[in-house]
Design a protein around this ligand. Structure first.
Ligand code: ZN
Ligand code: ZN
Length: 413
């Protein structure tokens, strides 16, 4: 029998080897909640074992986050400390990999005024814009990795004690990330190969438009010229292959920022900054949200969309078959890292510049010309289901079926 500590070690090995692909002599920045100390310590020991030159941990604590969001004066929330942003910038400029451990309480900020949350989110995004752009352009290797904090686990398993809920969620995470297999690294190589075939098929096709149809959804998404689909592993500026999200089941590219029209309905709750936004619809004209509504969390959706001009437009279009291992678990995770990999999704806000051939070194007007959206936010939301059909319009103007009933119809194997 494998003990929990053995599984945790396999998880850490997988994250360092296949995830960020840590190199000898390299530094590592870990962003982590205090509750994940066991995993952070395991990662740190293994990182030094692999020849890391330094491991720096940025701890956070949800209780402290809540207290600050609830009680600190507005001017404090509106002012993300410059020294903190500069520290992170300096590390990525020195080539540190960035590993973010992620497993927030989906309801953490339920009782905090949405204006205050919006102000803090905006200040954080502004202060960290340069750091984020380093990461989003793959200038260093990076990874987002799940950790079942108790509050999150209990949201999923409300009838269980904190310990039992956490144990159950660990089991799902180890299963979904293939850590429960004999050789997780080999399993990821096979999985990465499947994603590579899907993205290469779509890159050859260069569809002009995607057309989505499902209950509550009728949406056309234009894709920019020379768009690039990514999925599975990415390659950093230094040529290091890495996997930025674990789990990951998606292939994704960017929509043309002026080319989205129609209506889309969400199919899973979106955890946005400590609040859930549920059953929402967005209506687009010429790429811009012109109308929206939500059954829950509409105020937070409004703040998200009003962050800046680019937050009203899309920056990502991602395809995920409905039969992904995460959907098969049958759970809603209330956590975007997991839910986005169980469902076709779109993102409001900033596009990944690596999704077009012109690439990361565009200035603002070149980005606009190529239809590359820019914003302080990048927020994925789920709109896939077993009822989703997607057609692609080819360069010649023909229509081809891509997804039927939530799954690939293309045979790219
Ligand atoms: Zn995505
Ligand atoms: Zn995204």
């Amino acid at each position: 029998m494998t003990t929990h500590q053995q599984q945790l070690e396999k998880y850490a090995d997988l994250a360092l080897q296949k995830g960020i692909n840590l190199q000898e002599g390299q530094g590592l920045l870990i962003n982590a909640p205090l509750e994940a100390a066991d995993l952070v310590r395991t990662l740190t020991a293994k990182a030094f074992g692999r020849g890391a030159k330094d491991v720096h941990v940025e701890w956070s604590d949800e209780v402290l986050t809540y207290l600050k969001m609830k009680h600190a004066p507005m001017e404090v929330l509106e002012d993300y400390p410059r020294w903190k942003a500069e520290g992170k910038e300096q590390m990525v400029k020195d080539g540190y990999s960035v590993l973010s451990i992620f497993g927030p309480d989906p309801d953490l900020l339920k009782n905090v005024d949405s204006e205050r949350i919006a102000a803090a989110n905006k200040a954080t995004a502004q202060a960290l814009a340069d750091f984020q752009s380093f990461v989003m352009n793959d200038k260093v290797t990076w990874l987002v990795l799940g950790y079942p904090q108790k509050a999150w686990a209990q949201k999923m398993f409300p009838d269980d004690s904190g310990e039992e809920a956490q144990r159950k969620l660990w089991e799902h995470i180890f299963n979904i990330t293939r850590v429960d297999q004999d050789d997780p690294v080999a399993a990821w190589e096979t999985h990465n190969e499947t994603l590579r075939q899907a993205r290469e098929f779509l890159n050859d096709k260069q569809y002009k438009k995607l057309h989505y149809r499902a209950p509550g959804t009728d949406l056309t998404v234009e894709l920019p010229e020379n768009h690039i689909w990514h999925g599975g592993s990415a390659t950093s500026e230094q040529g290091i292959e890495f996997i930025p999200n674990m789990p990951t089941e998606e292939v994704f590219t960017m929509p043309h920022k002026y080319g989205v029209d129609g209506k889309v309905s969400s199919t899973k709750p979106l955890n946005y900054g400590g609040n859930l936004i549920e059953n929402f619809t967005l209506t687009f004209e010429n790429g811009k949200v012109v109308d929206f509504s939500a059954e829950a969390g509409e105020e937070n959706l409004k703040h998200l969309i009003e962050t800046d001009e680019g937050a009203r437009r899309l920056g990502e279009v991602a395809l995920v078959p409905h039969e992904s291992p995460i959907s098969q678990s049958g759970h809603i995770f209330f956590n975007t890292l997991f839910d986005e990999n169980a469902s076709c999704h779109l993102a409001l806000g900033k596009a990944y510049p690596t999704n077009v051939e012109v690439g990361p070194n565009m200035n603002k007007s070149e980005m606009d010309e190529h239809g590359v959206n820019d914003s302080l936010v990048h927020e994925d939301f789920m709109m896939g289901s077993a009822e989703l059909d997607i057609d692609g319009e080819t360069k010649e103007g023909d229509t081809e079926a891509i997804f039927r009933n939530g799954s690939w119809v293309l045979d790219f194997g």
